[in-house]
Design a binder for this molecule. Structure first.
Ligand code: NAP
Length: 379
């Protein structure tokens, strides 16, 4: 497994995937830890999460630079990601006891209640786009609930995975509440099938999600999937155009557009269509593409060089289908320039597929009903 800096294309590190016996060993260690962790009082679990939060806050630059060097996110955004992870640990530390309280339910029995018992080892399969956040938002509530966690991270961010593992081990005497499995995705099914795995969660593409759900379904194990999205951003005739442009540019171009919850299809009423495009073009031209370690950069490279082919094909085919390219559309190594496509129609690839890159596509609508029809016409 190779970590490559997408900005320089230099190899950062090579990792040997775990052998079958090593995978089994890690699953067993994590399971054995569950047998103690589930009985650790919630106040002690809280202390661990607060310690993790403090560790993150005390070393924001260190962790942010691992994120940026492995997946190319501008360093300012990486720092915010690390701070958000510290926040989520603190949030669950402070609120989990309340969330886990038993809820008494009135029935004709002498006592009925809804209780929250830990399950055991929960297995997470995580993506590279928010390589710290995706892990922490999974482990913070799980650990507070008394579960223990195993993570298979995306193959290009093993350095992030190992840094998180080290941090958690430093903060907790129970050394195996969180372990990383450096494995290829072809090994995921066999991990899910292991008896000690009680639930699985995946954040990633539909393809990966359906594969994980298939195995978990066959094994009758609980699954939680967070998959892709093609969110509409609707601007109606009475909208504040300046404000919509300001919010739209952030929502589309954060993390070079590689976010599942980003605005992906801009649907703009014909009355404000030209004004929105003119003002958006001015804002997009201000975005600075460049070295993600540079404080002034707003868009870094895509996380892997092959993603440039995908986004480039999507833009080119949409232009062939009739979209107008107003700005960008240029590639250079792992970089793809911020791009504005207008007059996008429902049949075009850029409208139908999830655009995981710095490409804004704008479609015209006639009124609110038409906007909603377009918004709902998504795969
Ligand atoms: P991906 O290729 O699905 O990878 C996600 C994770 O799944 C990685 O750890 C990957 O491992 C693993 N994986 C890939 N194929 C698998 C398979 N057949 N069986 C089991 N595991 C498999 O997705 P991505 O390119 O990293 O991320 C982009 C997608 O994730 C987008 O669609 C995006 O919208 C979605 N996403 C959703 C959320 C959300 O919260 N809903 C958040 C972030 C991203 P390898 O790296 O080893 O292939």
């Amino acid at each position: 497994m190779i970590s490559v800096n997408p900005a320089s294309l230099e190899v950062i590190a090579k990792y040997q995937p775990l052998k079958k016996t090593e995978i089994l060993n890690k699953i067993n260690l994590t399971h054995d830890e569950f047998l103690s962790w589930k009985d650790v009082p919630i106040d002690k679990r809280k202390d661990v999460l607060i310690k993790i939060s403090d560790e993150l806050l005390g070393n924001v630059d260190y962790h942010a630079s691992i994120i940026t060097s492995e997946m190319g996110k501008p360093i300012r955004e990486s720092r915010l990601e690390v701070e958000k992870c510290a926040w989520v640990c603190k949030y669950y530390a402070e609120n989990a006891e309340f969330f886990l309280e038993r809820e008494v339910i009135k029935t004709d029995a002498s006592l009925s209640y809804l209780g929250y018992e830990p399950l055991g080892v929960v297995f997470g399969v995580m993506p590279w786009n928010f390589p710290y956040w995706q892990v922490f938002r999974f482990i913070a509530p799980s650990l507070m609930a008394g579960n223990v966690c195993l993570v298979k991270h995306a193959s290009n961010v093993s350095g992030c995975a190992l840094a998180i593992e080290e941090l958690v081990k430093k903060a907790c005497d129970n050394k195996n509440i969180f372990n990383v499995l450096l494995i290829d995705s072809s090994m995921v099914s066999s991990v899910i099938e292991n008896n000690h795995i009680k639930a699985v969660t995946l954040t990633g593409s539909e393809h990966a999600g359906s594969s994980v759900a298939m195995t978990a379904g066959r094994e009758i194990k609980k699954t939680l999937l967070e998959l892709g999205g093609s969110d509409p951003f609707i601007v109606l005739s009475d909208a504040d155009v300046d404000d919509s442009v300001k919010k739209g540019v952030i929502s589309r171009f954060l993390n070079a557009g590689q976010s599942c919850i980003a605005a992906k299809r801009f649907i703009v009423d014909s009355i404000v269509y030209d004004e929105f495009i003119d003002k958006m073009l001015i804002e997009i031209k201000k975005l600075k593409l460049g070295d993600p370690m540079d404080e002034s950069t707003s868009i870094g490279p895509l996380a892997k060089i092959e993603f440039v082919d995908e986004i480039s094909e999507l833009v080119d085919s949409s232009v062939t289908q009739g979209a107008r390219l107003l700005y960008g559309g240029k590639r250079d190594g792992s970089y793809y320039s911020p791009t504005l496509l207008v007059d996008v129609k429902e049949n075009m690839d850029v409208f139908k597929k999830e655009t995981f890159g710095p490409v804004m596509c704008i479609s015209k609508c006639e009124d609110e009903d038409h906007a909603i029809d377009l918004a709902n016409n998504s795969v």
